[in-house]
Write a protein that binds this ligand. Structure first.
Ligand code: ADP
Length: 350
């Protein structure tokens, strides 16, 4: 079966901006029924990519297909209202002067779709709230209503821009866990923008990790955890330490935390000995040894409930290491760091 959304080599730059490209050669496919997360730091181009799919931005190069249809690029252009795309925004974007029912019906022709809206109200737990105005609804109910409105015209894809970030934790967790089943019930694909790695890994079928307009990896959460494609994916998505490494002899590697012969080295693609490379190390795999003559010092810590997470300066680097609550080290304590024996580390080109 073909893709619901297919971006092919998409480049984009805002015309009013002398700055560099916002999107740089992005390829991305969304399969029917799939929920894909766009994940990356603020300013990396996530919203721009969403706006481009919706038809509010045009690609400077490359093309966009929705289903079988070429809708942008290569001389084609289909207006946003004809794309069959629903949008859900962080701030709900509801009409304050319309009640919930009329908000949800907004994009539908007069006299049509009442049955679908009623079905969506029941699917999204909005029954009984039809006559309320947006200001009479809670944040979670407003976002449910925004979803009902986006889904009412039976779009093939729903684009969600940070939809849960202004909700409190409990409502956010409940709504995000329902998202997949709501999309499935509506036979729609979804693309959701988030800057929260945990959210993306928890709810998406695949996660597209972006930085500075470049797509670093698009893979299932399991694949990303097992085989991060770049140091950025390792640090931003998985919060792993990125530590420079070098080859000492063929197949022998070392880093400032010791040589890596005692570790299980995973390599998605083996770096050559000439290339600058690094290892990704989980903070739980780094041991702090109190050591007056050590080349590192504790610079900060956070209490995580059942663990301490220490930040330790070592030369130019700040390394994160977690350890049991009994290891109550004072700030500035001199120490040395090592990678625990048998820990799995990812070796890759920097
Ligand atoms: P994200 O959603 O990942 O935070 P955006 O897609 O909103 O990122 O923005 C990507 C880059 O484009 C940023 O550098 C931002 O400042 C710039 N940008 C966003 N919107 C506009 C605009 N309308 N005009 C010019 N530059 C913009």
């Amino acid at each position: 079966m073909g893709s619901t959304v297919a971006l092919n080599g998409v480049w984009h730059r805002y015309s009013n901006s002398a700055e560099a490209w916002t999107l740089r050669g992005v390829d991305l496919d969304v399969a029917p029924g799939e929920l894909v997360g766009l994940l990356g730091p603020s300013g990396c181009g996530k919203t721009t990519l969403l706006r481009l799919i919706a038809g509010f931005e045009r690609p400077d190069r490359g093309s966009l297909r929705l289903g079988q249809q070429l809708v942008a690029g290569d001389g084609a252009w289909l207006a946003p209202e004809r794309r069959g795309v629903g949008m859900v925004f962080q701030d709900y974007a509801l009409f304050p002067h319309l009640n919930a029912w009329r908000n949800a019906r907004f994009g539908l022709a007069r006299g049509k779709g009442d049955e679908r809206v009623a079905w969506l109200f029941s699917l999204l737990g909005l029954e009984g709230l039809e006559q309320r105005y947006p200001h009479q609804l809670s944040g979670g109910q407003r976002q449910r209503l925004a979803m009902a409105r986006a889904l009412a015209p039976s779009p093939r894809v729903v684009l969600l821009d940070e939809p849960f970030s202004s909700l409190d934790v409990e409502v956010r967790l409940r709504l995000r866990s329902e998202l997949s089943s709501v999309l499935e019930a509506c036979d729609a694909s979804g693309v959701i923008v988030t800057h929260d790695p945990d959210e993306a890994l928890a709810i998406c079928d695949r996660v597209a990790v972006m930085r500075d307009g470049v797509l670093h990896q698009c893979a299932t959460p399991q694949e990303i955890v097992r085989t991060p494609a770049t140091p950025f994916v390792g640090s931003f998505v998985l919060q792993r330490n990125v530590i420079p490494a070098q080859s000492t002899r063929p197949d022998q590697w070392s880093c400032p935390l010791g040589d890596l012969s005692q570790q299980h080295i995973r390599m998605a693609a083996a770096p050559t000995t000439q290339e600058e490379c690094c290892v990704l190390v989980e903070s739980k795999d780094i041991e702090i040894d109190a050591d007056d003559r050590g080349d590192a010092a504790i610079v900060g810590r956070e209490f995580l409930g059942d663990l301490w997470e220490y930040r330790v300066r070592m030369g130019e680097m700040v390394v994160r290491a977690t350890c049991g609550v009994e290891k109550d080290y004072p700030p500035q304590m001199p120490c040395s760091l090592r990678i625990k024996e048998g820990a799995a580390v990812d070796l890759m080109t920097s």
